[in-house]
Structures are given as C-alpha cells and as structure tokens.
Ligand binder design. Structure first.
Ligand code: SF4
Ligand code: SF4
Length: 301
C-alpha cells in the first residue's frame, strides 16, 4: 500500500540541512507555532492557497472559477479566504502563478523517484536527502518508507525535526535515518510556551533518548534576537546539552532569518519581526564560544 504525505516542496541541490548536496523534502503540519517560523506555509496540515499580488494581471479567471472568493477591481484581485476549501481550482486557472496551491499529496514512490534523479550529486558531495517541514515526524510512515528506499540505494538520509512528537514516531524512522538535525528553541519552559505555544519537556526528553541510540545528532539552536540570545539563555542551553552526556553530539547555531515576511503575507497571515537584520559572524562566534566553553561540544554556525 502506498504511503502518502502532504508535500509543499522538494528543494533539489540544496546546500543546507545536512552535509553535501541534498534534496530537501518539506512536509506540511507542525504542532508548534514558533513566532519566528520561516516556513509558515508548512504549519497547517492541510493544503492552502498562496496569493502573490505582484504577479496578478487582473485577468479575472479566478473570478470565473470561484466568484464567492475572488473579485477583481481596477487595482487589485481581492481574495476572501473565509470558507475557501483549498480545492485548488482557482490556482489551476491562474495563468501567472499569482495563485498557487501549497501542499500536494505525494506517495513515497513518486518522491523517491525525484530524489533518485540526483544520486550522482549525493555521491560526489557526501550529500543525500533531508526530510524537513513543518514537522516531518508527524508523517513518520511516509518518512520511514521513503528513507527505507533511499537506504536501499545507498543514499544517505537525514531528518530535520523539533522533536515535538510522540517517541513512537521517532522510533518508526530510526532504522532508516543516519543523521538527526534537532531543534532546541528556548531553554525555559514557560518562555517556550509563550513563544512556541507548547512546553519543551517532550522535546528534551526525546532528545535525551535519541542521543542514547547510535544515530548522529546535531542540535540546532535558532538564535532569535531578544528572545534566546542572552548570557543566561546560552548558559541554560549549555545545561541542557550537558545533561545529554554524549560527546558525539554537535551543536549548530542558526542565524535569525529576517526575510520570512513575504511568506506570511502570501498565505494571509501576520508576521512578527524580531529584527530587521541578521546577526554578524562575530556575534555568532561569541555565542558559539559560550556554548563550547560550557559543554566541551563542537559548535558551529
Ligand atoms: S481554492 Fe477552491 S474554494 Fe478556494 S478560492 Fe480557489 S477555487 Fe475557491
Ligand atoms: S487568475 Fe491569477 S492573474 Fe488572473 S485575476 Fe486571478 S489571481 Fe490575478
């Protein structure tokens, strides 16, 4: 039986989210609501319509298809999202891509066929495939099935996850994943709830269990200006990392991504900016030094 998941995008030849040249599979759905999320189009599990007004030529084809949700005036196409079922018919009819459907049901077989196209690049660069999102481990059967196929072809596999999932979901993919890129966002429990909507207990518990396996784990910390970058925050991150007692763990600090605003507006959501710019290298270096000094772990950014 084929296993499906809602895929927003397959980014080929990516140099992020793991070593070498990679294909990154973005899956929809996440139980966290981090206020700085730079992939807001992956948060809800279902499909949704994106609208980019700059691409609209006011042709009115979407109005013909769905007059309840689209109107064109001399300046604009006005999109009423309330009641939209995300059937995608307006996006199909739109000639310019101003309207597009985010999230397509894909089976493991078809995604694997796409991954396979770049097998030579993976071999040459030490790369592979990364499952990301959203929270890809909310679709563990799809990830396990696709990754199993990759492993059978000698393709290296990674998962990028916040670990805010039941342990059983992680267990399902364990046999087929080489590298886990896991997020730690905010060390303090109450602050974690206030910025992500959920507590961090299950995340820390899952991380502790994960490092007990034979898997390679990189803990990634997105540094958000004014949220988790104080001396106190960094020392608290170090305390959590020390509690893992695993010298194989590496740490990666992620610079703040200040360019996500357009993604929010295209899906009709409000964007919260934490800074108009990203951090300087010397600032990130200082954060890394604090983490390394307190934990003895290798830290990069
Ligand atoms: S996705 Fe379907 S329901 Fe929503 S606006 Fe387009 S055509 Fe109408
Ligand atoms: S079909 Fe596309 S280009 Fe035409 S009015 Fe609608 S959104 Fe604009």
């Amino acid at each position: 039986m084929s296993v499906k998941a809602k895929v927003t995008n397959i980014s080929r030849c990516s140099l992020h989210d793991g070593p070498g040249i990679r294909s990154v599979i973005y899956l929809k759905g996440c139980a966290l609501r981090c206020k700085w999320c730079h992939n807001p189009e992956t948060l809800i599990a279902g499909s949704q319509i994106a609208y980019l007004p700059d691409k609209c030529i006011k042709c009115g084809r979407c109005v013909d298809i769905c007059p309840n949700h689209h109107t064109v005036n001399e300046n604009d196409m006005v999109f009423l999202r309330d009641g939209c079922t995300s059937c995608g018919k307006c996006a199909e009819a739109c000639p310019t891509g101003a309207l597009s459907l985010i999230g397509e049901d894909r089976d493991a077989e078809s995604v694997f066929e796409e991954i396979k196209k770049d097998v030579e690049y993976y071999k040459m660069s030490g790369g592979g495939v990364t499952f990301s999102g959203g929270e890809c481990l909310l679709s563990p059967d799809f990830v396990a099935k696709t990754a199993e196929k990759c492993k059978a072809e000698g393709i290296s596999t990674a998962v990028e996850s916040a670990l805010f999932v039941p342990w059983e979901n992680i267990e399902k993919v364990l046999p087929y994943i080489d590298l886990f890129l896991t997020d730690l966002k905010i060390p303090d429990r109450e602050k974690h709830i206030s910025y992500t909507g959920q507590p961090n207990d299950i995340i820390i518990e899952n991380l502790k269990r994960l490092v007990m396996t034979d898997k390679q784990v990189t803990v990634r910390i997105p540094i958000i200006p004014g949220v988790n970058d104080s001396q106190n925050d960094l020392e608290s991150f170090a305390e959590i990392l020390n509690s893992l007692e695993d010298p194989r763990v590496t740490v990666e600090l992620l610079k703040y991504n200040y360019l996500a605003g357009t993604k929010y507006s295209m899906i009709g959501e409000k964007y919260t900016s934490f800074s108009e710019k990203t951090q300087e290298d010397k600032e990130m270096s200082r954060y890394c030094n604090i983490i390394s000094e307190k934990t003895g772990l290798k830290c990069s950014f």
